[in-house]
Design a protein around this ligand. Structure first.
Ligand code: SAM
Ligand code: DTB
Ligand code: SF4
Length: 324
């Protein structure tokens, strides 16, 4: 099948992508890949509109999992300031500030392997309070059981973020304390509960292109594509096992965004962690490649994000409007 035909097929939302199909997209000349991604992007989205989500770490550090990239793992010595679950009022105050600064969605993250039922009670209050401000709600709390996903949905939760992180093959190099299957199970509970799925991964962890292909293949072959697909560029945090991993070539990163756009043409593809170190030109290429969402605000969960002043200046220069 010609590349053009494959892309047309993607437009009817394929869920049967083969590794070699995706490899062929990655192999396209850069300009051809960007053109195809941008053309498809324009069929489904306003090319000058970007969705913005703000993040807050509501429970920081001391996580029992061993994710090699994460400063919040208890197994890494990352000089992190540990913080117990924040009081509901403080979370709502942060959400109010995020709303005033122009965020559309507020995403609350907790460094848990999986929450206990009683951990979720204050979360229900947070979700209700954030929603009452007119913000969309998202949380990322680790693995969920089916009834927990239903309870979160009943509290009004719009999105649950749970990433696959990398390919099934590279996964064991990165995390040993929970399986790929565990992650897929949580995603199924989130879907069954009727919530929207935010699911993506991290690149720049020393994986090969085959792993980037494998990650995107897993995402795009879900029964329904995740509505939101965060593509994180690893933030190399001192004290984590990945602190010295070789940086990913920026052009390869842009290719990854473009391929994600082509495979999941109706999804918001988020240019996620790692923007602080990206030039304006690299971010502009990512938007051209079909990224249409960012994390907005001075901080991600525990590491700095691009400043809001810099983002506003960049959006102005590029003629980008943020969605409200
Ligand atoms: N503990 C929960 C979990 O793992 O599902 C929720 C919080 S966890 C920090 C959310 C996501 O942040 C991870 O799945 C990972 O994709 C991303 N992340 C964590 N550390 C990162 C880093 N140093 N660079 C890029 N992304 C990172
Ligand atoms: C996602 O995919 N990236 C965000 C959000 N979902 C929760 C988290 C990025 C974390 C980067 C490292 C940190 O700040 O701790
Ligand atoms: Fe814990 Fe989530 Fe960090 Fe893994 S990514 S160590 S589960 S907080």
């Amino acid at each position: 099948m010609s590349t053009q035909r494959k892309i047309m097929a993607a437009d009817v939302l394929r869920h049967d992508w083969q590794h070699h199909d995706i490899a062929a997209l990655f192999d396209l000349p850069f300009s051809d890949l960007l053109f195809e991604a941008q053309a498809l992007h324009r069929q489904h989205f306003d090319p000058n509109a970007v969705q913005v989500s703000s993040l807050l770490s509501i429970k920081t550090g001391k996580c029992p999992e061993d994710c090699a990239y994460c400063p919040q793992s208890v197994r890494h010595d990352s000089e992190l300031e540990v913080e117990a679950l924040m009081p509901v009022a403080d979370v709502l105050a942060a959400a109010k500030t995020a709303k005033e600064k122009g965020a559309m969605r507020f995403c609350m993250g907790a460094a848990w392997r999986s929450p206990k039922d009683k951990d979720l009670e204050p979360l229900f209050e947070m979700i209700k309070g954030v929603k009452a401000m007119g913000l969309e709600t998202c949380v990322t709390l680790g693995m969920l059981k089916a009834h927990q996903a239903k309870n979160l949905r009943e509290a009004g939760l719009d999105y649950y973020n749970h990433n696959l992180d990398t390919s099934p093959e590279y996964y064991e190099e990165i995390i040993t304390t929970r399986t790929y299957e565990d992650r897929l199970d949580t995603l199924a509970h989130v879907r069954d509960a009727g919530m929207q799925v935010c699911c993506g991964g991290i690149v720049g962890m020393g994986e090969g292109r085959d792993d980037r292909i494998g990650l995107l293949q897993q995402l795009a072959n879900q029964q329904r594509h995740p509505e939101s697909v965060p593509i994180n560029l690893l933030v190399r945090v001192k004290g984590t096992p990945l602190q010295d991993v070789e940086a990913l070539d920026p052009i390869e990163f842009v290719r990854t965004i473009a391929v994600a756009r082509i495979l999941m043409p109706h999804s918001y593809v988020r240019l996620s962690a790692g923007r602080e170190d990206m030039s304006d030109e690299m971010q502009a290429l990512c938007f051209l490649a079909g990224a249409n969402s960012v994390f907005y605000g001075e901080k991600l969960l525990t590491t700095p994000n691009a400043s809001t002043d810099r983002d506003q200046a960049l959006f102005n220069k590029l003629g980008i409007n943020t969605l409200q």
